[in-house]
Design a protein around this ligand. Sequence first.
Ligand code: SAM
Length: 274
Amino acid sequence: MSETDSTGQVIRYYSEADEASRLSSGWFQLEQARTRELILRHLPPAPATIIDAGGGAGVYACWLAARGYQVHLIDPVTKHVEQARAASAQQPGYPLASAEVGDARHLPHADGSSDAVLLLGPLYHLVGKEDRLACLREAHRVLRPGGFLWGAGISHFASLLDSLTHGFFDDPQFASILEGDLENGQHRNPTPNPLYFTDAYFHRPGELSREFLAAGFRVLEVLAIEGPGWLARDFDRLWKDPQQRERLLAAVRKVEREPSVLGASAHVMAIGQK
Ligand SMILES: C[S@@+](CC[C@H](N)C(=O)[O-])C[C@H]1O[C@@H](n2cnc3c(N)ncnc32)[C@H](O)[C@@H]1O
């Protein structure tokens, strides 16, 4: 798929999906809590410069800016950049350093200018390996030696687990989507149903780290973001109860590196160092 095609798909999909509120609902709250925790595990102390490429509506970028970091957000979706600027304006003491429309494959930043890069979106939206490698090489270029990269992938098995747990396994339209996912990780949604996401690539955990290595990174960790926690029956009830929420987070931490469990996570996080 060409660059323009893939960007067009992304823009069309997010014109309907509300990315600004996604992380505050259902099991995405677990995704957010765990992503924050995995970022903080290696992040150098503030002030440091972070590029959030594919930063969406700025949920992580604004959180990091509020902790004293200089955060630059890039996203191809104008609506997201406007939402990120509006969220930044709500924290006048700690605004984003910048929020611009752009593409993770062509960052506007100088070589070695950043302490950390987040790629929490582009690596699954880019369906071609060469595009993903271009994006990883750009992250490598803008990082200073020793700088860190966080890259999120969607699991190769996410559609299978999602459809079984959330009740659409028997939708005939989903059956052909699932076949493609399990065949080669190439997720295509020819239906108008936004719940079935948009064109994407679903990684096996080992593939994500091989792509990091191919772009010149040292792979520090490959971790389950949600582990099996996103599959919890009655997730909202568990999450609302502070004690059960802590138990759930502790259980996910306990299995975050377990190779036999990585593929059961909705997302996998690779952490690399230049
Ligand atoms: C599911 S959202 C995730 C947003 C945020 N990073 C998060 O983790 O919640 C995926 C984001 O990746 C962005 N994206 C897709 N392709 C991209 C590309 N080639 N370069 C930069 N961002 C891209 C989308 O516009 C979208 O904002």
